[in-house]
Design a protein around this ligand. Structure first.
Ligand SMILES: [Fe+2]
Length: 351
């Protein structure tokens, strides 16, 4: 599989993934042969690029940590929970049980695939942003939590808090949430109230543990005490909230928002590392720096000597030095181990 930005798709290429919307409806099936019409349709969806299958990239395999059907069903449910919360029409226990079921399945997937690295290429459209983002934060938090050897019950709570961390936003004026501009002071104060609104809502309507509620309340606190709403500091912030904080920023910055194009995963990781100890807990940043694929499998990269290739495989602990299949001569270059690659760096990522 290889990842191609939308402007490089051509007729007769074969789609290597399925595309679905936030309701979990399939829009295009895997192995669809692309035509001019469905390329135009993909562009219309606002998707920045897609995976295609071809013989050159056959060895580039994207391993899924979460089974696609679990992810799709979770996405559908989370949308339902958000929409009903906004309409003040909560059917507590049925929805709570459904949420627990998917949280459970996600934690199963995470624990079954502990040797798989997180390889996210954002396939979310702008309209469905909140639901894809909530699902991604839940999954990424679960993966980080598992690496930190959190116990099963705590992982379940963490993934649940990931799904619901921004539920308080449904009580804020959508014009403020989606404003493609700088907020006024008063709007910013309203916006900064969403962790508390989320906490209060979940406390009233559901029976989640206090750990889940507090993680939602604290997910914008900074490690150095400069966050909001209560300016908690260091280990006074719950560990779950410190994990959510990193996962939230990583996914928000790599995703497509109303006010900016996605940043490259390598740039986002650098940003997070640069703010370790300030915004983020250093012990969690360290796990991220081992586990994130900053050069996602299948993506095209440019090397410092001008050659180009696609990412074949990432290597844990050496995330800046993946294996690359070179365009042109089709050789595989292992940036971590091949002697000829020692003075080469990746200078460009096509996403
Ligand atoms: Fe938030």
């Amino acid at each position: 599989m290889r990842y191609l930005p939308i402007n490089q798709l051509k007729n007769d290429m074969v789609l290597g993934q399925e595309l679905y919307d936030a309701q979990g409806h399939m829009l295009l099936a895997k192995h669809t042969t692309l035509t001019e019409e469905n390329i135009a349709y993909i562009a219309f969806l606002g998707v920045p690029g897609v995976y295609i299958d071809d013989s050159f990239s056959e060895e580039a395999k994207v391993e899924e940590i979460i089974r696609p059907e679990v992810k799709k069903a979770a996405l559908r449910l989370i949308q339902d929970v958000f929409v009903h919360a906004a309409e003040d029409d909560v059917v507590g226990s049925a929805k709570e049980n459904a949420l627990r079921k998917y949280v459970n399945e996600i934690v199963d997937c995470v624990l079954d695939n502990e040797d798989v690295m997180y390889n996210l290429v954002a396939i979310k459209t702008y309209d469905d942003y909140t639901f894809f983002h909530s699902t991604n934060v839940a999954i990424l938090s679960g993966i980080i939590g598992a690496k930190l050897n959190m116990k099963r019950e705590a992982l379940d709570d963490l993934v649940m808090a990931g799904f619901l961390h921004d539920i308080g936003k449904v009580f804020i004026d959508p014009d403020i949430i989606n404003a493609p501009r700088k907020l006024t002071d008063e709007e910013r104060i309203q916006m900064m109230d969403h962790p508390r609104l989320g906490y209060d809502f979940l406390k009233d309507e559901y029976n989640f543990s206090e750990d889940v509620l507090e993680a939602v309340y604290q997910h914008h606190e900074w490690f150095n005490g400069d966050g909001y709403p209560r300016r908690l500091e260091g280990v006074n912030i719950s560990r779950m909230a410190r994990i959510l904080k990193v996962a939230d920023v990583y996914d928000a910055m790599t995703g497509r928002r109303s006010y900016h194009d996605p940043y490259l995963p390598s740039d986002v990781l650098e940003y997070i590392m640069g703010r370790s100890g300030m915004e983020f807990d250093p012990s969690i940043v360290q796990v991220m720096a081992m586990e994130m694929c900053v050069y996602p499998v299948g993506c095209e990269v440019g090397l410092s000597d001008g050659r180009r290739g696609i990412i074949l495989e990432n290597q844990r602990g050496f995330i800046m030095r993946p294996k690359i299949k070179l365009l042109g001569d089709e050789r595989v270059l292992d940036l971590a181990n091949d002697r000829e690659a020692w003075n080469l760096t990746i200078v460009k990522l096509l996403m």
